[in-house]
Design a protein around this ligand. Structure first.
Ligand code: AMP
Length: 249
């Protein structure tokens, strides 16, 4: 079974996003970038399938600028076999990403795609669903655990009321939720080994994908700053303020 894991290079989750002065987007110059946290979980799941002897090959793919290769190397250092880098300096929308990933999945003959449920930079949470639809594959979204069950894949999903178990016929797509697993740190020997693992270089044009944007960003603004709190003397003063000043009770 061949497993494909799409990973996105995003602003590190510990870094506070700064909006560009012209409000055209988030300033990504000289800030730490990392693999999207949900994608790290997807990589970990693929490596575990490989270690269990279920996956025969694990491929990590990223669409993005030259530096996306570093993110692919992180996946290789965690244990993935090889990489595919689709180079573009454009910030592509989910549909364009999904079309490219479909072409990669078909070219590679993937049987299973494990990916993040959302990218933490744009919070679209859209690519997995679009990709499954384009491929005509079943999707297990927001997976909490997965297990191979004969020729099918059993996926426990996180839903509002609790957990829902679904069975998917292969080939299939799974999007990872936070509790699917705890991703490993790459060891130094594995980081060294990853430098020798192959990465295929591609462009969106190699797959004949039209990446013309459909959305136009009008402006990006920072969230309103929180106002400082105040101290009240007693419960009666609190009730008075909530009632007469805040108007919430
Ligand atoms: P999104 O729909 O943008 O929230 O992203 C959902 C998932 O799609 C991510 O967790 C990744 O697994 C995948 N993805 C999104 N953008 C890219 C990209 N540029 N390259 C590879 N995978 C991506």
């Amino acid at each position: 079974m061949k497993v494909l894991v799409p990973v996105k290079r995003v602003l590190d989750y510990n870094v506070k996003a700064r909006v560009k002065p012209d409000q055209s987007g988030v300033d990504l110059s000289n800030v730490k970038m990392s693999m999207n946290p949900f994608d790290e979980i997807a990589v970990e799941e693929a490596v575990r399938l490989q270690e269990a002897g279920t996956a025969t090959e694990t491929i990590v793919v990223s669409i993005g600028p030259a530096k996306a290769q570093e993110t692919i190397r992180t996946g290789l250092a965690m244990g993935m076999d090889r990489g595919v880098h689709v180079q573009t300096d454009e910030d592509l929308e989910p549909l364009a990403i999904a079309k490219i990933l479909k072409a990669v999945a078909e070219a590679e003959g993937a049987d299973l795609i494990v990916m993040g449920k959302q990218a933490i930079d744009n919070d679209y949470g859209a690519t997995g669903g679009m990709l499954a639809a384009l491929l005509g594959w079943p999707i297990g979204s927001a997976a909490n655990s997965i297990a191979l069950d004969g020729g099918a894949l059993s996926v426990v999903k996180e839903v509002d009321g609790g957990l829902q178990t679904v069975k998917l016929q292969m080939p299939a797509l799974v999007t990872a939720d936070l509790r699917l697993n705890e991703p490993r740190y790459a060891s130094l020997p594995n980081i060294m080994k990853a430098k020798r693992k192959p990465i295929d270089a591609k462009t969106p044009a190699d797959f004949g994908v039209d990446t013309t944007p459909r959305l136009k960003t009008l402006k990006v603004t920072e969230p309103a700053a929180r106002e400082a709190g105040i101290k009240v003397e007693d419960a009666a003063a609190l009730v008075d303020k909530l009632k007469n000043e805040a108007g919430v009770i």
